[in-house]
Design a binder for this molecule. Structure first.
Ligand SMILES: NC(=O)c1ccc[n+]([C@@H]2O[C@H](COP(=O)([O-])OP(=O)(O)OC[C@H]3O[C@@H](n4cnc5c(N)ncnc54)[C@H](OP(=O)(O)O)[C@@H]3O)[C@@H](O)[C@H]2O)c1
Length: 315
């Protein structure tokens, strides 16, 4: 059985795969979403990632669709205590203002709790940095939610190293909550935003890292190899650039696939899970077959030589 990993300095544990919830109500309808969540938990998964803003980019949606589906699934399945719910504030303006304004954080948290049908959020992320609100005020706002029992721990997403560091320093100096989890964009074809200073900071401070776009929106499954392939999914639209620039990574992954018998999706996630500081990559699926494929990554261990070749191909 796969050993769970501790989420940095928190009490939570997860297998090295977090289910990405942006698909719920977007590319996975409610019935499919329920089936995916059932299967994820059945196969040992526990951590589910969403955000208040999912899926406001879809015509006719206003945000909150993903949380509402998760909330309904929690109610029907009775699984609230078996899962770790992570959601985010900071990209959906509304009551209290926008970004990380303290009044917005308070109002957005209550709205997320209502949609999720739960009395607490396990990991509450700042979805992006907010240069217009003093970091101390942001941490105080999160601290009030923790004190009220509405939030267990906080995380930061899309932060640069210097701003994460200053938030950690402020937290220490003023007795405010520390960001315990970082959610950066990071995968074999998107390396710059995380590797280097930010990765070092997370390792030094035992901050758990749950990278998003674990599959580069599907590119790292190997299903997009030509322009014709991009027509097969709603997500194919953004693939032309990757097909033009990053087929060398797919070629290196094909080699490792031939050696291990593993699919490219599994290889992409196993590579991520092996990087220093990374606790569990986030990825989503739109069918049970896809999810079963991804779940196979949690038991896949690549050799150091295979990891090195993939690292070099993606550099
Ligand atoms: N913090 C942030 O700013 C931020 C930003 C973006 C995402 N996220 C989080 O990260 C999660 C993951 O991102 P993502 O869902 O956008 O991208 P992803 O995990 O990189 O790609 C997932 C997509 O790839 C396809 N796929 C998955 N498994 C497959 C398989 N075995 N074979 C073929 N295709 C497969 C599916 O799309 P199709 O079936 O439609 O092709 C699936 O929805 C999100 O759900 C969200 O929770 C966070």
């Amino acid at each position: 059985m796969t050993r769970k990993r501790r989420l940095g300095a928190t009490d939570f544990e997860t297998v090295p795969l977090v289910f990405g919830g942006n698909v719920f109500g977007w590319t996975a309808d409610q019935a499919t979403s329920f089936a995916l969540l059932d299967r994820f938990v059945e196969r040992g998964g526990s951590m589910i990632d969403t955000a208040d803003v999912y899926s406001a980019w879809v015509a006719g949606h206003k945000g909150g669709e993903s949380e509402t589906i998760i909330g309904e699934w929690l109610r029907r399945s009775g699984k609230r205590d078996s899962v770790i719910i992570a959601t985010k504030v900071g990209m959906l303006p509304g009551e209290g203002g926008d970004k990380l304004a303290p009044a917005r954080i308070a109002a957005a948290c209550d709205a997320s709790l209502r949609r999720l049908g739960t009395d607490h959020i396990d990991v509450y992320f700042a979805h992006q940095d907010d240069p217009d609100t003093p970091q101390e005020a942001v941490l105080e706002a999160f601290g009030k939610l923790i004190d009220a029992g509405k939030v267990r721990v906080i995380g930061a997403s899309n932060f640069h190293a210097a701003r994460l560091k200053s938030a950690l320093d402020l937290a220490r100096e003023h007795g405010l909550p520390h960001y315990r989890v970082l959610q950066p964009e990071y995968n074999l074809v998107s390396r710059k935003k995380f590797e280097g200073e930010l990765q070092d900071l997370c390792v030094d401070h035992n901050i758990a890292v749950t990278p998003y776009y674990g599959l580069a929106s599907g590119f790292l499954t190997g299903k997009y190899r030509s322009e014709a392939d991009t027509k097969q999914s709603v997500r194919g639209g953004g693939m032309a650039n990757l097909i033009e620039r990053k087929m060398g990574v797919i070629a290196a992954m094909d080699e490792v696939a031939a050696e291990t018998g593993a699919t490219l999706a599994r290889i992409a996630l196993a590579w991520l899970a092996a990087q220093p500081g990374v606790t569990a990559p986030i990825a989503s699926a739109t069918s049970i077959d896809q999810l079963d494929d991804l779940m196979g990554a949690i038991d896949l261990e690549l050799s150091q030589d295979q990891l090195d070749r993939l690292t070099a191909a993606g550099a």
